[in-house]
Structure formats: C-alpha cells, structure tokens
Ligand binder design. Structure first.
Ligand code: HEC
Length: 217
C-alpha cells in the first residue's frame, strides 16, 4: 500500500516520523546534559521575582544599603530575656550545679521527647551508648567510629548539669554540637531527662519519696 502512494507523500511521511524523534532527543539531552543556564520556564507563577542579595547595593536608598536598619524607636523583643547562665550553663566561670529553669514533669517529658529524636540514635534508649547508629557502626567495623559514651558511668554521673548542657550545645571530643538544632530550653529539658535516665539505673531507697517506699517493698 505504501508503495502505491505518490513519491512526495512518502517523503513527507518519512520526514514526519524522523522529525517526531527530535523532541524525544531534546528531552533525552536535557535529562543527561548539564548546563549553567536556568531551565526553560513556561509558566512563571511567582517563581522568579526581582530581589536583592545580601550586601548588594540598592540605589533606591541614599546610603545605598540593601539591608535596612531598624526603624528609629524599634524595641527589641524576646519572649525570654537571654540570661547568660541559661545560655551557657556557666555562672562565674563554673558549671552550674542545678538546671537554671523550673524543673517539672512537663520539662522532663519534653526532654524525653527531644532525647529520642536527637540523642537516642547514638546513645540508645536507656543511655548505654548502644543506639541503632552505634550498633550499625559496630557491624561495619570501618575503624572510624567512636563509641558514644554511656551515661551510666561515674564520670558522666558526676558531670554537673551545666556541663551536660554545654556538651549538647557544643559537642565534646568526637560528638558533634547540637546547639544549632536544639533550642536552649529543649537542651535543658534533655539534661533533666539524662538525669532521670541516670536515676533510673542508679537510685538508692533514700531517693524514693517516703510515701512511695511502701509501694516498692
Ligand atoms: C552522632 C552520634 C551522637 C549523637 C546523636 C549524640 N551523641 Fe553524645 N556522644 C557521642 C560520642 C561519640 C561521645 C563520646 C565522644 C568522645 O569520647 O570522643 C558522646 C559523649 C556524650 C556525653 C559524655 C560527655 C562527657 O562528659 O564525657 C554526653 C553527656 C552526651 N554525649 C550527651 C548527648 C546528648 C544529650 C545528645 C542529644 C542531644 C547526644 N549526646 C547526641 C555521640 C553522639
């Protein structure tokens, strides 16, 4: 049947089949080739808008500064006035010996919650340094892993809360800092939960409130 068609129609058919490969070839090329030019953007929506980058010059203002100073009379507002003791865990150069916030069940619960997100992967559910990441690293035996510390050693039990807070904030030796991820109050909450974990493994009868002792015996 194809043979009976006029020559020009045959040519046109062949040409259109070949041309239909062009978009495919372009798509394939776009998928694998890299380019520094932004990709073709058909519907702009609000994806691209004129803006200034930090520290650029903005000729709109007499001083040419893109970042504008606060309006005169602006009052700085912070929900909690930053207290250096709360921020650093240190008072007069010494680690604080008590958590400088009101410690209640809600704070410890918050700490438990945050602990399971940020610390448990390495330190383990009960704080023995046997979290899933630590176990996996043990399996891999790559020789680059430092065992996360157990909290149930005399060394860590003896660390004042201020120092534990600082360990979370800035990390210690091979442990990375978590200050950038965890807000100050949550870091203290985690400290209270570490204390709770330590007590759960190392408590004396005298630590139990007298009205609960009879329940234990
Ligand atoms: C990526 C794994 C990892 C995570 C996550 C992690 N740690 Fe650690 N942590 C370590 C390692 C490793 C050490 C031991 C560091 C060393 O000895 O070099 C350590 C040590 C410690 C110590 C003992 C420090 C001392 O006084 O000697 C404390 C306390 C501690 N971590 C608390 C935390 C808390 C709280 C969190 C969650 C906010 C946390 N860690 C999250 C790996 C981790």
């Amino acid at each position: 049947m194809f043979k009976e068609l006029p020559r020009w129609l045959k040519l046109a058919l062949v040409a259109s089949v070949v041309l239909s490969w062009v978009p495919l070839a372009l798509v394939a090329r776009a998928r694998f080739a890299t380019s520094t030019k932004p990709r073709l953007h058909v519907v702009f929506d609000m994806d691209n808008q004129p803006r200034f980058k930090a520290q650029q010059v903005n000729p709109l203002f007499a001083d040419g500064r893109e970042a504008r100073p606060p309006v005169p009379g602006t009052v700085p507002f912070s929900p909690v006035a930053p207290d250096p003791v709360v921020e650093t865990g240190k008072r007069a150069g010494e680690w604080v010996a008590a958590v400088p916030l009101k410690v209640d069940l809600a704070l410890v619960r918050r700490g438990k919650d945050r602990y399971h997100i940020y610390c448990e992967p390495c330190h383990g559910v009960a704080g023995y340094g046997d979290g899933p990441v630590a176990k996996r690293a043990d399996q891999l035996q790559e020789g680059t892993w430092t065992q996360p510390a157990s909290f149930h050693t005399d060394l860590v039990r003896g660390r004042p809360p201020g120092q534990l807070f600082n360990t979370v904030t800035n990390g210690i030796r091979n442990m990375p800092p978590y200050g950038p991820q965890i807000p100050v109050r949550d870091r203290w909450a985690i400290v209270t939960y570490i204390r709770a974990l330590q007590l759960s493994r190392n408590a004396r009868l005298e630590d139990v409130p007298p009205e609960l002792v009879s329940k234990l015996q």
